[in-house]
Every structure is written in C-alpha cells, then in structure tokens.
Design a protein around this ligand. Structure first.
Ligand SMILES: Cc1cc2nc3c(=O)[nH]c(=O)nc-3n(C[C@H](O)[C@H](O)[C@H](O)COP(=O)(O)OP(=O)(O)OC[C@H]3O[C@@H](n4cnc5c(N)ncnc54)[C@H](O)[C@@H]3O)c2cc1C
Length: 380
C-alpha cells in the first residue's frame, strides 16, 4: 500500500522539472508581472517548450502523452511561484485540451491538438454578464445558416483571452429549448466579427488576462461544433467538473507557498530575543496551516486519481475546490499576519498570495455552488 501523495517515478521527474522551471523562470518575475498585469515577454513560448501546454495531448499529436494527474501536478507546481501562470496552464489543459480531446471530431482533434500542444493558447468562454452561476441562462445566439452558424453576443470574464488563438464559445441555437439549445463552438482569433474587448483590472491573478469577448455575426462552419448541436451543456458540465480539480491544485500551490514563506520567515525573524517561531502561539498557527495544506493535497490528488481511474469524482472534485480555496485564503492570511508589517507590503511575497487566493472561491463555480453539489450527493 502506498500513500495517496506518493508519486510514481515519472510523476516525480515531471513535477521536479516544472518546479525547477517555476523557480528559475517564473518566481523572479512574479512581482513585476503582477504590477504590469501581464506575463513576462517570452514566457508563454517557454511554457510550450517545457511541455506543460498539452500535457494530455497524445505524443502522436506532439503532446506530452500524460494523464490528468500530471496536469494537476503542473498547475500546483506553477502556482507555488505564480498563480497567474498556473491558471493559464490550467485552463489550457483541464478545460480546452480536455474538451477538444473528449468532444472534438477526428478532424478537429487532428487540426487542433497539435497546435494546442505546440503554440496556440486556448480559452473557454461560457460566462456572460447576466449568466454566471446560472451558466445555462446564457444569451449568446448561434443562428443556423446553410453550412454552419452565425454567432452573436458577448462573453465576460474570459481567462487567457489576450493570449488565446482559439476560443471554445458556448452559444444557444434555440433560446426556447433552455439548456438543450446550448452548443459549443471553436472560434479562431481573427475570425471576422470576433473581437477581444476590455481587460479587467483585478484584485489578484493580475497577470492573467480576463477579458470580454464580442461576437458580431461571426460565421463558424458546422465542422467547428464541439460535440453535438444542443449538447454543449454536457461539454460544459463535464469539462468544468474536471476543471475544478485544477483550480483546487492552483489553490493548493498558493497555500503551500504561503506556508513555506511563513515557516522560513518566522524561523528568521527575532522578537523578544528569540525567533518568532519559538513561540508556541505561532507554532500552533503554523501546525494548523500545515494540516490545512495536507488536507487540501489529499483531496486534490484523490479527485485527480479518481478521474484518471475512470471512477466517479464529482463530489470529490467539489470538495477539493471548496477546501483548497478556503485553505489558500486562510493560510495566505496567516502568512500576512506572521510577516507583521512586512506582510502588508509588496516587497514581500505574501500579500500577493493573499490577493491571488481569493479567486479560488469564485471561478469555475463559487463555493456556494460546490456546497450545492456536495449537499445534493449527501441528501440523494
Ligand atoms: C478572474 C476571473 C476569471 C474567470 N475566467 C472565466 C473563464 O475563463 N471562462 C468563463 O466562462 N468564466 C470565467 N469566469 C467567470 C466565473 O466562472 C463566474 O464569475 C462565476 O461562475 C460566478 O458567476 P457570477 O460572477 O455571475 O456570480 P453570480 O452567479 O451572480 O453569484 C453571485 C453570488 O451569488 C451566489 N449564488 C448564486 N447562485 C446561488 C445559488 N443557487 N445558491 C447559493 N448561492 C448562489 C454565488 O455563490 C455568489 O456568491 C471568471 C471570473 C473571474 C472573476
């Protein structure tokens, strides 16, 4: 028997390579990227070169040929250095590559998986100004034409919009049909009538782009429908069920980083003639934070392993995101406290972790929506 957190040899090597890249290429630029609200020049191509943009893409299509668990390891490792880089990689793998792999026609997979693994960032466009938690109340329309569809509407909050070359856009072919009208389309950047709009000015994950999308009679051929017409709700539900394990991993990475900083700092910082970590009051706070992080890791890894084993994981995914995002906020908040005044300023890394942690309780289903999923299972 092995522990749930034990990694195989190839998982260990993969994790080590991502951690090393994060330490060398990302951590030194994290503060500047936060202030510039943009990724460092040349960073995205390096992520492709590292092999973390198409982790589950088969090797025959130029990808890593890995499993979902590898994606979770990468997202966690990157979040320890920078949560914005982490979510770029998370959306690419757990939503976009995942949806194309599962729902794409052979032609779509042949055309897009090699690009997603090599040089094309993807984005996932479900939310709108009026439809967030109630995502299937979306208003973007897809009107059938002779050989395809014409899309019109607006999407809001779209991660990776500034970097993306391809967007999975959800629209309804029949508003009267409710969720059964929803259809997923692949829309290329540069399509006539398609534009990336205003970029949000955010509390956290500031380097990650979050933008509005404007669709004004965008023609999409029928061959670019992902899955079946009217089955877009399934594409959305199934990818988001898996995606939230990735967000759990992102939050786990933030929590781990906050704990590491807090341990290091309290051992160095001296007050009353002793290291701050010598005070039992501080030790107990650190011990509680370490327990929070360990529980988050078990929940995240368990959900990812269940997914790879083809076993049900819906409740476990909801629990892992709920707990990991709350743990990230708690541990980052503690780290700010334990740094004292230094925790409150940008010269030290923990105030950014505190800001970055907050998004985990909002995107890919708010905490209330995760609780709803867990409660539904509990009371069924
Ligand atoms: C930085 C960022 C990046 C994002 N990236 C993407 C992306 O790439 N693609 C995408 O499609 N979307 C994205 N989103 C959108 C995100 O998924 C939504 O913001 C989220 O689902 C919540 O929707 P909302 O903002 O409309 O809040 P609302 O749904 O209006 O919720 C408001 C409050 O009401 C509560 N609430 C709502 N319904 C219920 C209920 N039934 N029971 C109890 N409480 C309820 C919520 O928990 C919340 O506290 C992103 C958002 C942000 C901020």
């Amino acid at each position: 028997m092995s522990a749930l957190t034990d990694l195989s040899e190839d998982e260990t090597l993969f994790q080590a390579s991502v951690l090393e890249f994060a330490r060398r290429e990302i951590a030194p630029r994290s503060r500047d990227m936060d202030e510039a609200a943009a990724f460092a020049d040349g960073l995205v191509p390096k992520l492709f070169a590292l092999g973390v943009m198409g982790i589950e893409v088969p090797e025959t299509h130029g990808g890593g040929g890995g499993r979902f668990f590898h994606a979770v390891l990468a997202v966690e490792a990157l979040a320890r250095a920078d949560a914005s880089v982490s979510v770029l990689v998370d959306v690419q793998n757990t939503l976009v590559v995942n949806a194309v792999t599962r729902w794409g026609s052979p032609e779509i997979k042949q055309a897009w998986l090699p690009r997603l693994a090599a040089d094309t960032v993807g984005a996932y466009a479900l939310s709108e100004a009026g439809s967030g938690s109630d995502a299937f109340a979306l208003a973007t329309r897809a009107v059938a034409t002779g050989d395809g569809f014409v899309l019109s509407g607006r999407k809001l909050w779209i991660t990776n919009a500034q970097e993306a070359g391809v967007f999975i856009v959800f629209a309804t072919v029949d508003p009267a049909a409710g969720y059964k009208g929803i259809t997923a389309f692949l829309v290329e950047r540069g399509a006539a009538g398609f534009a990336v709009g205003r970029k949000e000015d955010k509390l956290g994950i500031r380097a990650s782009s979050t933008c509005e999308l404007l669709l004004d009679n965008v023609a999409v051929p029928a061959s670019r429908v992902l899955g079946e017409v009217g089955q877009g709700y399934k594409v959305a539900i199934e990818t988001l069920n898996e995606g939230r394990i990735g967000i759990g991993a992102q939050m786990l990475g933030i929590a781990q980083a906050a704990l590491d900083h807090a341990v290091r700092y309290t051992k160095e910082r001296r007050q009353f003639g002793r290291a701050v970590a010598d005070f039992q009051g501080v030790q107990f706070q650190l011990a509680r934070a370490a327990t929070d992080v360990a529980a988050a890791r078990l929940l995240v890894y368990n959900a990812a392993r269940l997914r790879d084993a083809g076993r049900p994981f819906l409740t476990e995914a909801a629990m892992c995101k709920l707990h990991a995002s709350e743990a990230a906020e708690r541990v980052a908040s503690l780290a700010v406290n334990l740094f004292g005044g230094y925790g409150f300023v940008k010269d030290y890394p923990v105030e950014k972790l505190y800001r970055d942690a907050k998004i985990g309780q909002i995107y890919e289903g708010t905490s209330n929506l995760q609780l709803q999923t867990i409660a539904r299972h509990l009371l069924a």
